[in-house]
Design a protein around this ligand. Structure first.
Ligand code: CTP
Length: 405
């Protein structure tokens, strides 16, 4: 099950050459269980056929204010009423101008006026048209109406020009759609999240690390942003792209992570330590590559600082300390170990991860976690995607936050 399952999305396509790209968006939305209804302007119909969009959406496509079939249904009012979100993609300069000025001279513009839910506008056009003061003023007007505007990407366009104006890619659009549909119950919170592994260098070409991919921490960052928080993500080396709208700080070693966490601490209201920090580092990193030839080699290690414990210790003596959420990676005695870490590190909440299964822990897209909180509460979650797990963790954090007040 996806967070988008059963959501009803009205997709308005206007006359930009990027219209063909949203055919893939429709497929992606349907794969996640959304119901998609497409409305197309006359210009959009010249660029991509309503037949294509009907086949991909599995629904009739609406193009006219005065449909020959079922006129008694008053299409613009019914379509506006029946959907959770209106996405206008691609939004051409003309459609943006129509919406900004409240015109109602085609079906899409009329629906936009009649729609009382969230509206996401995804501009796509030639970069000179996009940067024109008239378009920028119209977009500012749309923002003032409360519409979300997703800035276009920069790059080479169909017209040969380069600059801002390319339709945003699906991953960014998906995050914006999730934000538009999510409760904004983390608005006002400043969240600091650590994610990924750390690397502790032994010589210039070798390091000590662990298999963490950062997926759980990045899911915590993406979902916090969707729910309205300002997010700082401090990440060890991963192959992941940071979620849009998140302040991103890259680190390599535990010492670097510690310095960044302590440096950012003051501004935050919630700290989530999802990183898999190396507990040890080589005592004396070698300046040059260690050559082979020895039958055995022993590597003296020293303990790294426990960043979370340091935060928990500070919390004992300072008032108004951020809520402190830790993770525990366990392969046995999960509950006992989780409880020990909750108390020793002085946390509000600990998320116990089972790292022994293939569907849970490092690198998996799913997770099955148990939450223990400072009040003795325990919640065993089912197997869920890491994104859904992250939402459930935020639900628990918000409950704790409410208890605090
Ligand atoms: N952590 C940390 N600094 C470390 C080690 C761990 O901040 N040097 C944090 C992790 O980010 C996580 C929590 O402490 O939130 C628990 O990490 P985990 O690896 O499960 O446990 P450890 O405390 O390292 O203990 P052990 O390895 O003995 O299980």
């Amino acid at each position: 099950m996806s967070l988008l399952t059963d959501k009803k999305i009205l997709l308005g396509i206007s006359g930009s050459i990027a219209a063909y790209k949203v055919a893939d968006w429709v497929r992606a939305l349907r794969r996640e269980g959304c119901q998609v209804t497409v409305v197309m302007t006359e210009s959009a119909c010249r660029l991509i056929t309503p037949l294509t969009m009907a086949a991909l959406s599995g629904n009739p496509v609406h193009t006219s204010m005065f449909a020959a079939e079922a006129p008694e249904k008053i299409p613009h009012i019914n379509l506006a009423r029946e959907h959770d979100l209106l996405v206008i993609a691609p939004a051409s300069a003309q459609t943006i101008a129509r919406l900004a000025h409240g015109l109602a001279d085609n079906l899409l513009a009329t629906i936009a006026l009649a729609f009382s839910g969230p509206v996401l506008v995804c501009p796509a056009m030639n970069s000179v048209m996009f940067q024109h003061p008239a378009t920028q003023a119209n977009l500012a007007t749309l923002r003032s109406y409360g519409h979300m505007v997703l800035d276009p990407d920069c790059g080479k366009m169909a017209c040969g020009e380069e600059g801002p104006g390319r339709l945003t890619d699906w991953e960014d659009a998906r995050q914006a759609i999730l934000s538009a549909l999510a409760p904004q119950d983390l608005a006002g919170e400043q969240v600091l999240i650590t994610a990924g592994p750390t690397r502790e260098s032994f010589d210039p070409v070798r390091f000590l690390s662990n298999p963490s991919t950062g997926k759980m921490g990045y899911a915590m960052a993406a979902t916090a942003r969707q729910r309205g928080a300002m997010v700082t993500l401090i990440s060890g080396p991963t192959a992941l792209v940071p979620p849009p709208g998140v302040r991103y700080i890259q680190v390599t070693s535990a010492a670097e992570m510690q310095a960044q966490v302590m440096g950012c601490l003051a501004a935050n209201t919630i700290i989530v330590k999802a990183a898999a920090v190396s507990d040890y580092r080589p005592a004396e990193p070698q300046p040059h590559k260690v050559k082979k030839g020895q039958a055995a080699l022993s590597l003296p290690l020293v303990a790294n600082p426990d960043i979370l414990k340091e935060l928990g210790d500070r919390r004992r003596t300072s008032a108004n300390f951020p809520l402190l959420i830790g993770f525990a990676a366990e392969s046995r005695d999960h509950l006992a170990e989780g409880n020990r870490k909750l108390k020793e590190k002085n946390l509000d909440l600990i998320v116990i991860n089972d790292i022994s299964g293939t569907e849970t822990g490092f690198a998996a897209d799913t997770n099955r976690v148990t939450l223990l909180d400072r009040n003795g509460g325990q919640e065993d979650m089912p197997l869920l995607s890491k994104e859904e797990t992250a939402h459930r963790i935020w639900d628990a954090v918000i409950r704790l936050r409410t208890d605090n007040r």
